[in-house]
Design a protein around this ligand. Structure first.
Ligand code: IVH
Length: 712
């Protein structure tokens, strides 16, 4: 007997089949039903196991294997394919009012010869997804062809790319008919689109050539589907919804028999195709109107773009009676919503300063109705983005407002090019051929280097896309934020000065900069709306109390970018006095524990703004005080260069305190144990980190052992 016969478990062929089945099941739970049963890591493990088997046994690889979703084929061109049944288009009701639905019902009833006494017609109401139409052909349950609509008769074979779409089944359940063509829409979810564009922007920023951002999810989806390299398509996250059928084995030959469109959709759903959950049966015109309104109201919350809804007569027998006019069925109609993209003109480009000082270029637009609201402003995000899109005053632009996202300028539409090549002249005057006769355009946009609100320097830190105003204490745009930050418990603590009161004080003009706080008297406060005398008194007391503070609290309260509580403490300890900090050079600041070049520069820039210095002086003049000390000797750093990992619970110290003590002595505290770790400090219930330390032979200490290493 060979030992093989004793081997537990299946052979590679059985195991591969089992893994494929499991992966199909879990992919369906995850991508179609959104109800995963296993963690992602477990899915990945199964996936990798299958990949390994297929690599070792290429003969076991099947076209429906989930591993084939990652793409890899590169084509010279897409191949044309003739649809067995034409892909129809749909009549569009451009009237976005409820009457659009009633008009359709009236036409259907008239065509069917129904009168008022006849019962209402039953419809299926669906979403009109804003993507591109796709026909998926399955033979004996296997996906064999995915084709674009093309002109309705002839489309393009995009099977390799469509295989990468996770919620399209590659194999159908065993009871699938021999031939089944499913029709539906390939689209990109908004979040996937935003993430893709973020990725593209990062590539462009890193200097990648030939990369671009996408205008909208539909264009991104269309581009991905028509990719010649399917591994690129695999990186563009697409999704699919089924909404109809093409060719299918007829009932006489063993195919399924449906009586209604709705039953057909439910059968597709049961076979693993994604069908939108909003799909609803509607009886009569009123129900269609209600559907149009309900979906219109929640359109912004959908995770993908729709441009309308579609109504279809439910009974297939009635569909057959209604037939077609030219290429459009009389039994279906698309009922639109207001478009999410429109053309308009840029009147100006303003710069807005956010609560945190971020400068954002905003295009002021000729008012335009888009995505259901009138839009007059659209963000250009940042200077790089505005320049890349090359938006200028006077340009005609496409504005997009979809979902809850703020309206944005998608692109500039340049006036059509007037370039008539004059044969005789072209060799002597190539500019007449190539030159695009363009009207004068406004100047290229640049962000101001001064804050448009307060005039302080606007600075852009290395590696960041945004410019920020550095006049945090003085800037009108940042007033509320600055006050709340200063008043918080961890800063100077002004009890009772919360969101609402700050709002009231700033909006009424009582407070322009921080020192104005200390000029508020009882009478002014008590005179505010909704302010009881008792509360006014409490605030006066709180203000008085807040004047006696400490240097770290005051420093932190100034709201200098990158200066948190810990850094404020280090600065105070190192310099002892505020004036020394205000006058320290970047190099001197960089000497402080935990202060790197970016933080040092940020502190320097802050105190370079005359307005910020003035505010500090005024606060002192109002009586805000703290004890100043002598600059500290640099704490001894006996543990410089040593890396510690802390694990478990210590008898006396909290984890953060132990960490702070070690860091103050120059050590680095890391999160995981590696060969580079010098010491692991283990308390009770230390787990895998301790095991790892022992495995790697790292020195293990207890709390007392650690304390012994610290300077006294
Ligand atoms: S039915 C027989 N249903 O809209 C009618 N089309 O021309 C065939 N679309 O590009 C189309 N959502 O891709 C139908 N629920 C839906 C749809 C839908 C989007 C697209 C379709 C085509 C256009 C209609």
């Amino acid at each position: 007997m060979t030992p093989d016969l004793f081997a537990a478990g299946p052979g590679p062929a059985e195991r591969a089949a089992e893994l494929r089945a499991q992966l199909h099941h879990h992919a369906h739970r995850y991508y179609t039903l959104d109800e995963p049963e296993i963690p992602d890591a477990e899915y990945d493990r199964l996936f990798q196991e299958l990949q390994a088997i297929e690599a070792a046994h290429p003969e076991l690889l099947t076209s429906d294997s989930p591993t084939q979703r990652v793409g890899g084929r590169v084509l010279d061109e897409l191949v044309a394919v003739r649809h067995r049944l034409p892909m129809l288009s749909i009549n569009t009701e451009t009237d976005t009012e409820p009457s659009g639905a009633r008009n359709f019902d009236t036409r259907v009833r008239r065509a069917l010869g129904l009168t008022e006494v006849d019962p209402p017609v039953e419809y299926v109401a669906e979403l009109k997804f804003d993507g591109l139409a796709m026909s998926l052909r399955y033979e004996d349950g296997l996906l064999v062809l995915a084709a674009t609509r093309g002109d309705g008769e002839v489309g393009e074979d995009v099977t390799n790319n469509v295989r990468t779409i996770r919620n399209i089944p590659l194999r159908l359940p065993a009871d699938a008919p021999p031939v089944l063509e499913v029709r539906g829409e390939v689209y990109m979810r908004r979040a996937d689109f935003e993430a893709l564009n973020d990725k593209q922007r990062a590539k462009i920023a890193a200097g990648a050539k030939g990369e671009k951002t996408f205008v909208n999810p539909r264009n991104a989806a269309a581009g991905a589907v028509r990719q010649h390299d399917s591994s690129i398509a695999a990186q563009r996250p697409l999704s699919f919804f089924a909404y109809g059928l093409g060719e299918i084995t007829p009932p006489e030959q063993g195919g399924p028999a449906f009586e209604t469109h709705y039953d057909m959709l439910m059968q597709l759903k049961a076979s693993g195709f994604p069908v939108a959950e909003q799909t609803a049966l509607c009886t009569g015109a009123d129900a269609l109107v209600a559907f149009h309104q309900r979906i219109g109201g929640s359109r912004d919350q959908l995770p993908y773009d729709i441009d309308g809804v579609v109504y279809k007569v439910n009974a297939l027998a009635l569909q057959r009676r209604l037939g077609f006019v030219t290429r459009e069925p009389r039994w279906a109609v698309a009922h639109k919503y207001p478009a999410q993209e429109q053309l308009t003109t840029v009147l100006a480009i303003d710069v807005q300063v956010g609560r945190t000082g971020k400068l954002t270029p905003v295009a002021k637009l000729a008012p335009v109705f888009v995505g259901g609201v009138t839009v007059t402003n659209a963000t250009l995000h940042n200077e790089d983005e505005a320049r890349r899109k090359d938006v200028r005053v006077g340009d005609t632009v496409i504005v997009r407002r979809a979902g809850d996202v703020i309206p944005e300028v998608v692109s500039v539409v340049l006036p059509s090019v007037r370039a008539e090549p004059v044969e005789a002249l072209s060799s002597d005057h190539p500019e007449l051929v190539e030159g695009q006769a363009q009207p004068e355009r406004g100047p290229v946009f640049t962000l101001p280097r001064q804050c448009p609100v307060c005039g302080s320097d606007a600075v852009r830190e290395e590696g960041e896309v945004d410019y920020r105003c550095s006049g945090g204490l003085f800037c009108g745009a940042q007033r509320k934020q600055a006050l709340l930050h200063f008043a918080q418990r961890r800063a100077v603590e002004i009890e009772g000065l919360g969101d609402k009161l700050v709002e009231q004080l700033v909006d009424s003009g009582l407070i322009k900069t921080l020192p104005d706080l200390y000029k508020l008297g009882f009478t002014t406060l008590a005179g505010l709306e909704r302010m009881a005398e008792k509360s006014a008194k409490n605030i006066v007391d709180a203000l008085e109390k807040s004047k006696r503070t400490t240097l770290p609290r005051f420093l932190f309260g100034l709201g200098i970018r990158h200066v948190g509580e810990a850094t404020a403490k280090e600065l105070a300890r190192h310099f002892g006095q505020l004036d020394r900090i205000m006058d320290a050079s970047v190099e001197a600041l960089s000497e402080v524990n935990d202060v790197g070049p970016v933080v040092a520069q940020s502190i320097r820039t802050f105190f370079d703004q005359p307005h910020n210095r003035e505010v500090v002086e005024q606060l002192r003049a109002c009586g805000v005080t703290w004890e100043e000390g002598e600059p500290a000797e640099r704490a001894p750093q006996p543990l410089a260069g040593k890396t510690f990992v802390l694990t478990g619970t210590f008898p006396t110290l909290k984890r953060e305190d132990a960490k702070a003590m070690l860091e103050a002595a120059g050590a680095k505290v890391a999160g995981s144990v590696s060969k580079k770790t010098d010491y692991v400090v283990a308390g009770t219930e230390a787990g895998s980190k301790l095991d790892k330390a022992i495995e790697l032979g790292v020195t293990v200490l207890d709390e007392a052992g650690m304390l012994a290493l610290l300077p006294t």
